[in-house]
Design a protein around this ligand. Structure first.
Ligand SMILES: [Zn+2]
Ligand SMILES: [Zn+2]
Ligand SMILES: [Zn+2]
Ligand SMILES: [Zn+2]
Length: 347
């Protein structure tokens, strides 16, 4: 993630909201889109980067967002994507909501930087992206009503229990996953959204060649088979994860997840270490992956020194790199006029 600079010269990281060196108030200015310090003059607050008057996002009151808008009493353009938030009467829920919004903001910044939906062509209008953050509830019969994390027609639902690290680790071990994170959930689910809003419209044939035709694989049957029999023994030759073998939709979403992991690492490397990695839509995808894998090997060794997990646990076979290249190519695709208003089947 790109960093910013405080008026005292200190570096500002993504979730900082007060400078540890000069005590300045810090946040994200929606007018100039920078991480910045803010100056208070009389009753008004101004962005130190662009000088615009800055009003805290409505969700600032809950400690959930540190963005600043030109308008008073408004949600910032990242909080606006959320349709459903948890009850504000429960401090625990607000704490989890803040963690989820932080991951969501990280995701939206990345999609905008890279040029993925909803920040490409007409997708913001024709295929709006929305979020609902929900908790499991107990109904009047005393039965547990579980929330399923998933994507449907542009709506990404996240079960708020995923913001609890103990719950996440239990699920990770139960499902045999190498890692399970909030940002990973966001990146996987937005993979389904990119599939629905963009990939299936701009390059469906190449998609079918690489991932299979999703319309030919019954999703419910595929899921039952996956959980009964597990993945094929040689899954790593063609898939980025065991879960990706379940269905073409999951293969695509898992591939997007890793593509966004790789480009996030590349963005941070360019910002913090002055490495010159070409992240543009025209960049050579294989070269980009290879440069990031050099960083992954180095940082993973630091992690192992401290008993932590590798930076990127996935093994990227040649077939997987071809799929990653396809995801990369979606950034430079354009919409054929006859596809401009097509709404493909839900997923
Ligand atoms: Zn400062
Ligand atoms: Zn500004
Ligand atoms: Zn906000
Ligand atoms: Zn999925």
């Amino acid at each position: 993630m790109k960093t910013g600079t405080c008026r005292c010269g200190n570096r500002i990281f993504f979730n900082n909201h007060q400078c540890l060196s000069c005590n300045a108030k810090l946040g994200r200015c929606t007018s100039c889109n920078s991480l910045t310090s803010l100056s208070i003059k009389g009753n008004s607050t101004h962005c130190d980067t662009c000088g615009t008057q800055a009003h805290a996002c409505i969700n600032h009151a809950h400690g959930v967002c540190h963005s600043y808008n030109a308008e008073l009493n408004a949600l910032c353009r990242w909080c606006e994507y959320t349709d459903v938030i948890p009850p504000l009467s429960k401090p625990d829920s607000i704490h989890r909501w803040a963690a989820i919004e932080s991951a969501k903001r990280r995701l939206l910044h990345q999609l905008e930087d890279l040029g993925f939906p909803p920040y490409v062509a007409d997708t913001h209008q024709t295929h709006p992206l929305r979020f609902a953050f929900l908790e499991d509830t107990v109904n009047e019969n005393g039965e547990l009503e579980k929330v399923t994390t998933g994507h449907e027609n542009g709506l990404i639902t996240i079960n708020m229990a995923e913001a609890d690290s103990v719950h996440r680790e239990r699920q990770r071990v139960r499902l045999g996953e190498p890692q399970r994170t909030l940002i990973g959930h966001m990146r996987h689910e937005v993979g389904h959204y990119i599939d629905w809003a963009w990939a299936s419209r701009v390059a469906p044939q190449r998609y079918y060649d690489l991932f299979g035709n999703p319309d030919l694989v019954d999703y419910t049957e595929a899921m039952e088979r996956h959980y009964e029999q597990g993945p094929p023994a040689n899954w790593a030759a063609n898939h980025v994860s065991a879960y990706a073998t379940m269905h073409p939709w999951e293969d695509f979403a898992e591939t997007v997840n890793v593509y966004l992991d790789i480009t996030a690492i590349a963005t941070t490397a360019c910002d913090l270490s002055q490495r010159k990695l070409d992240l543009s839509a025209k960049a050579d995808a294989e070269q980009l992956v290879s440069s990031v894998l050099d960083i992954v090997i180095e940082v993973s060794e630091y992690n192992f020194d401290l008993g932590l997990l590798p930076l990127l646990p996935e093994r990227l076979s040649p077939a997987v790199i071809e799929k990653l290249s396809y995801v990369h190519s979606l950034r430079s695709m354009t919409l054929a006029p006859e596809m401009a208003t097509t709404m493909p089947a839900s997923q």
